[in-house]
Ligand binder design. Structure first.
Ligand SMILES: [Zn+2]
Length: 349
């Protein structure tokens, strides 16, 4: 399948993705509880500035402002009748910025969780989920997205539903899960589980990997798990800039640009080929990451867990990231799942 992302991957050793959408928009004045997607129509200049900052910092891939763009998420803001409009607008703004970059920049249509639990654990049927993701994807493709990009997903059924929506539309697909401190997603998947699931997807994803979760070290451990199980795959690493901490009621990320530069090289050494940042990652972080990746030597050894810890800080839990934390049973599905999937403060990749 010919698409801009696959073309670039065939030519380059690595591509740099972008940084944080959610935390950057909060810095621009988005309030907790607001739907960022409404800004695609109400404040397009801010979304343009968001993308332009990432492109200027060297990103080869930018994600559209459409993470919460399913009918289920938009319903919380009484905008579930505007799915197509808001997603098309999101992709159109990113497309405009990408097309005047003077170099190829991929527009990835961001798709986040619905916030609903899928059958058999929850009430949302697989077919209804596929239908919702298709509606969103059609808007993203209409606006000019090159690829559909699922992120911060935690359930096997939900990532499968997004992949099915992309396949039905004939669109290239990428997907990243969010692994928590236990090395498992909120719904209990490990990096091994996910590598196995992607190997059964038809057509195969262009790339898959990990985003968000806890800190950069934990994410790198999950990337090691993915590249060990799927050494031929194109693996994505999109780590938060440090560890999220509550400071005066707001979430802050303590990772410095230098730390994210070290993280980027560690991700490359771990076998990731698409490297970017998630929550807390600003253009200042990306500039250092780009320089570090550009200057990374050709021959790189796979990092040990000790080397990762020395570079980007301690892990939040024991374990090897491949099977999840041995002493930590898979968490039971719970409605608390809405927390990550719901609030823009935690979910907006
Ligand atoms: Zn994030």
């Amino acid at each position: 399948m010919s698409n801009l992302l696959s073309e670039l991957l065939s030519e380059r050793r690595w591509l740099m993705a972008d940084g944080a959408t959610g935390t950057t928009l909060f810095a621009m004045g988005l309030e907790a509880g607001d739907a960022p997607e409404l800004w695609n129509i109400d404040a397009p200049e801010k979304i343009r500035a968001l993308h332009q900052g990432f492109v200027d910092a060297g990103s080869d891939i930018i994600l559209t402002n459409s993470f919460g763009g399913t009918r289920h998420r938009l319903k919380l803001h009484k905008a579930d009748n505007r799915v197509r409009e808001l997603n098309a607008a999101a992709a159109r703004i990113a497309r405009e910025v990408a097309d005047k970059a003077g170099r190829p920049v991929v527009v990835a249509g961001s798709i986040g969780p619905t916030g609903e639990l899928l059958e058999p654990v929850g009430a949302l049927s697989f077919d209804d989920a596929v239908s919702a993701f298709k509606e969103q994807a059609e808007g993203l493709l209409e606006g000019g997205a090159d690829v559909l990009w699922a992120e911060t997903i935690s359930s096997r059924e939900e990532i499968a539903a997004i992949q099915k929506a992309a396949a039905d539309l004939g669109a290239p697909f990428c997907g990243t899960l969010s692994f928590d401190s236990s090395g498992r997603t909120m719904m209990g998947l490990t990096s091994t589980d996910y590598a196995r699931q992607t190997s059964d997807m038809t057509p195969a994803p262009v790339a898959f990997g990990a985003n968000c979760g806890v800190g950069a070290s934990d994410l790198l451990r999950s990337v090691l798990g993915l590249t060990e199980k799927a050494p031929e795959a194109v693996v994505i690493a999109k780590a938060n800039a440090g560890i999220p901490k509550y400071v005066d009621g707001a979430i802050e990320y303590d990772g410095t640009p230098a730390l994210m530069g070290d993280y980027a090289v560690m991700a490359l050494r771990a076998g990731a080929r698409i490297i970017g940042g998630c929550c807390g990652t600003t253009t200042a972080h990306l500039e250092v990451m780009k320089k570090a990746l550009t200057e990374a030597p050709e021959a790189l050894s796979r990092p040990t867990l000790d080397e990762i810890e020395a570079a980007t800080g301690p892990f939040s839990s024991e374990g090897d990231g491949v099977f999840g934390h041995a002493g930590h049973a898979a968490p039971k599905a719970r409605r608390g799942g809405r927390r990550r999937a719901g609030g823009a403060s935690s979910g907006s990749a």
